[in-house]
Design a protein around this ligand. Structure first.
Ligand code: PLP
Length: 398
């Protein structure tokens, strides 16, 4: 089953269920579905996240270490530019990158990184963006690497130039080329792979950016792409890393990171509206430290167990097939796929999705195609996978 993050998030629900057991797992050191007086006072109902680390459902859940760092950070005044530099340097050291800065999400890393490349470290040019006079404003991207985040480059004045083959790429490079953009998870879809892309860029002296926002699993990926030679590499802070939802990482060449800094708050640059607070800075650092320390094998096993549990719940339900599925590159963790014949079952994917959503708590899953569900167990908390298995069985057995 092919997954597309950009497909509409699909939903389902759960029959009224007592609060799930407050289980603590290596993945989720939190208490599970106890009612939230905060959210209920706002009239917002918490849901079971069967989609994964997606911004639209709240990203991830911060572990206690991260919350603690943010809480402590919130109690003091500090010179913010100094904290930005120190936290960046510490994370760069941890991730063996030449340099790093914390941004306001991966999307903001795309913007400030692009503005650094386009301005070539010249503060006057940086001030002038998005005006294009005298700027190398063209950004080359493979057609299959369109990410939906092009606007983040365009707001800096970039003009996206699409290519498909190596020949087209080489012909597209000219004196206006300021950057080459790579969407990490799209590597299998594009003709030009990482190594070749980097090699061509280096030969022609063009900086490269690799957007790997959702690709911090396995952990080695955090090191891999800077080491491979990308000049800038981007990760979301609020996805696999489980840092603050509004944080991101821009890793890479020191001169480019230095050029990106003045683009951000508190300076008056193009990224002034993408402020990173002291709480996010310290929270993301704590999240990176934790992520490097955590036993990923044990976490993986927890996910495998959840996948098995949901599949076991649906075992023997007539006309319903389940499988274990691991997406390539992005969200590379165990998922469950559910497949059935819509007409013989008399049940469309839309109907199943609606039923999952209509329950209490509502369950969000993806619906990649006809008679298909794709369920991520990654961000489920406590025993929520049991609720999901039970609810699916009820729907398919009715
Ligand atoms: C999630 C995502 C982003 C945006 O990340 P934020 O941290 O929400 O800003 C950018 N690019 C890709 C490929 C993503 O998956």
């Amino acid at each position: 089953m092919k997954t597309s993050r950009r497909r509409a998030l699909q939903i389902g629900a759960v029959a009224p269920v007592a609060a799930a057991a407050a289980a603590t797992t290596p993945t989720n050191a939190i208490t599970a579905t106890s009612p939230s007086s905060l959210y209920s006072s706002l009239g917002v109902k918490p849901v079971i996240n069967g989609v994964g680390v997606v911004t639209v459902l709240g990203g991830s859940i911060m572990p206690p270490e991260v919350v603690k760092a943010m809480e402590e950070a919130s109690r003091y005044f500090i010179p913010l530019p100094e904290l930005e530099k120190k936290v960046g340097a510490r994370i760069a050291e941890l991730l063996k990158a030449p340099a790093c800065m914390v941004t306001c999400g991966a999307a903001s890393a795309i913007s400030v990184g692009t503005s650094a490349c386009l301005s070539e470290g010249d503060p006057k040019k940086l001030r002038q963006l998005p005006a294009r006079e005298g700027i190398k404003y063209e950004v080359i991207q493979q057609k299959s690497h369109r990410s939906g985040y092009e606007h983040q480059m365009e707001l800096c004045g970039a003009k996206i130039v699409s290519v498909e083959s190596r020949q087209e790429l080489e012909a597209a490079i000219n004196e206006r080329t300021g950057m080459m953009f790579f969407l990490n998870k799209a590597e299998p879809n594009g003709q030009i792979k990482r190594e070749e892309f980097i090699k061509i860029a280096k030969q022609r002296g063009i900086p490269t950016m690799n957007d790997a926002a959702s690709d911090a699993t396995p952990k080695d990926n955090l090191f891999k792409y800077t080491e491979q030679g990308f000049d800038l590499v981007i990760f979301s802070g609020g996805k696999a890393l489980r840092g603050p939802q509004s944080s991101g990482l821009l890793l890479g060449r020191k001169d480019l990171i230095d050029a990106a800094h003045p683009a951000m708050s508190p300076y008056g640059g193009i990224g002034r509206g993408m402020k990173v607070g002291k709480e996010e800075l310290c929270g993301l650092l704590a999240a990176v430290e934790r992520y490097l320390r955590v036993d990923h094998k044990a976490e993986w096993q927890v996910l495998e167990d959840r996948v098995s549990s949901i599949r076991a719940a649906l075992k023997g339900v007539k006309g319903v097939k389940t499988d274990r599925h691991i997406p390539v590159i992005a969200n590379e963790v165990p998922h469950v796929t559910v497949e059935w014949d819509e007409s013989s079952k008399g049940l469309t994917g839309q109907q199943v999705g609606d039923k999952l959503l209509a329950g209490d708590p509502p369950i969000h899953v993806q619906r990649p195609g006809k008679g298909q569900l794709l369920i991520s167990v990654w961000m489920m908390r406590g025993d929520e996978h049991k609720i999901v298995g039970r609810r699916l069985k009820e729907i398919f057995s009715a």
